[in-house]
Design a protein around this ligand. Structure first.
Ligand code: ADP
Ligand code: ASP
Ligand code: MG
Length: 417
């Protein structure tokens, strides 16, 4: 007998029929004698609609009220799933973030989980064999007593946090794909499913654009040592052998991966914008004058490229920011023009960051060099490059996204046979 967290995302609970299907998956595990806590997302499209309603009401709106609105999507699903479970004879009760509670920071719309109280859930497992159905995505800020949400995709993080709190043996993330692939299978049909992936690699994949898991869920799993299994909710519950190893991708420690490839996966993000500042002074303090005001404005700068000037006087400086912050970043730089001193500000939003990830890069040289050649052969220009121990990222024109991802996917031997 084990203790499990089962998380179901938006498409898995998109309508009543699918909620019934989820209930059958939960029943399968409960019938096998496991303690089960389920974490659910809002029905697909619901959160988008709630966000849109906030925007329509007022473009500038109070983040606390935004959270009040968008947290409601998950409440519907948790209630419906509890009803569906009870209807098939499973003892179940729904829980909202504020009821457990799931305590978070007060960063409304992107709150961090600080503490989850799982005592009542454990008590009910013991006393009544009751399945807990918990609303993902939402929490409570203790001091203000207000509802918070964790940022888009945050239900994964709720699930891993609950798993850590109730000391679950595993956190199963049920979604609309049957695991983590070498890249987004919707873009590259030849992507293949990974049996296992190291936490560190998954962290990079998720932060660099693969939305299959919320970044903080991976961080939390790594720190709190929760094994995470990504698997499909679309298999029929009757087709799963409860005694066989469950199908999916296990996120685990690097040591637990036997066959390590040099490159494990490729991620891409279209949510980038490039800013180039022309003819800045090549002297001490200029970078601080540029990036200081951006940091003060809470704008995350990612790739930075600066040339050594040929004449010793001026140079160009290029960097990327999240596309959503593009206009704000440009006006922040323009406002600091007197201190910085530059000739012109150029920007581009039609850019994509493509990243190649693998812990094997630590011990292999020349991995990135191969990519530069392959992209050049296809006429794809690289605007900026960054590298770190287990990944490198390239900024390219957005129109070449699919071609670049497919090219690199083949280049590193990731295409399925
Ligand atoms: P859920 O609603 O269940 O949380 P998401 O839409 O958030 O599901 O995440 C699943 C989606 O992530 C998949 O449909 C897939 O298109 C996308 N995805 C992106 N990169 C990957 C990858 N490397 N492996 C698997 N899925 C990926
Ligand atoms: N419902 C929320 C969203 O759409 C959280 C989640 O699905 O993980 O972002
Ligand atoms: Mg998701």
């Amino acid at each position: 007998m084990a203790r499990l967290v089962m998380k179901f995302g938006g498409t898995s609970v998109a309508d009543i029929e699918r909620i019934r299907n989820v209930a059958r998956h939960v029943k399968r595990e409960a019938d096998a004698g496991h303690d089960v806590a389920v974490v659910v997302s809002a029905m697909s499209g619901t959160t988008d609609r709630l966000v849109q309603w906030c925007r329509e009401t007022s473009v500038l709106h109070d983040a606390r009220e935004y959270d009040t609105v968008v947290a409601s999507g998950e409440q519907i699903t948790s209630g419906l799933l509890a009803i569906a479970l009870q209807a098939i004879g499973v003892v179940a009760r729904s829980w909202q973030g504020w009821q457990l509670p799931i305590l978070t920071s007060d960063a409304h719309a992107s709150a961090r989980i600080l503490e989850v109280n799982g005592d009542e859930l454990i008590k009910r497992f013991r006393e009544r064999r009751e399945v807990a159905v918990i609303s993902g995505f939402q929490g409570l800020h203790r001091e203000t007593g207000r509802v918070t949400t964790l940022g888009r995709g945050g239900s994964d993080t709720s699930a891993v946090a609950v798993a850590a709190a109730i000391r679950a043996d595993r956190c199963d993330i049920y979604t609309d794909v049957d695991g983590v692939y070498t890249t987004d299978p919707r873009v590259v049909p030849r992507a293949h499913r990974l049996e296992r992936i190291a936490f560190e690699e998954m962290l990079e994949l998720a932060s660099l654009g693969a939305k299959v898991l919320h970044v903080r869920s991976v961080e939390l799993g790594m720190v709190r040592r929760v094994p995470i299994l990504v698997r499909s909710s679309f298999v029929s519950p009757d087709d799963i052998d409860p005694h066989a190893a469950p199908p999916g991708t296990l996120i685990c420690d690097e040591e637990d991966i036997v066959e390590q490839q040099v490159v494990t996966g490729i991620a891409f993000s279209k949510d980038e914008a490039q800013i180039s500042i022309r003819n800045v002074q090549d002297k001490p303090g200029v970078a601080a004058n540029i990036f200081g005001p951006l940091a003060d404005a809470n704008i995350n700068v990612d790739m930075i490229v600066q040339n050594v000037s040929a004449d010793g006087a001026t140079t160009d400086l290029t960097f990327t920011v999240p596309a959503a912050d593009f206009e704000r970043a440009k006006s922040t730089i323009a406002n600091a023009r007197a201190q910085i001193g530059y000739a012109r500000l150029d920007g581009a939003t039609e850019v994509t960051k493509v990243s190649v990830i693998g812990v094997g890069m630590r011990s292999h040289a020349g991995v990135a060099a191969k990519a530069f050649r392959a992209l050049a052969d296809r006429g794809i220009n690289i605007r900026a490059i960054t590298t770190s121990e287990i990944k490198f990222s390239l900024l390219i024109d957005a129109v070449y996204t699919e071609l670049a991802v497919r090219t690199l996917h083949s280049l590193y031997g990731l295409d399925k046979p």
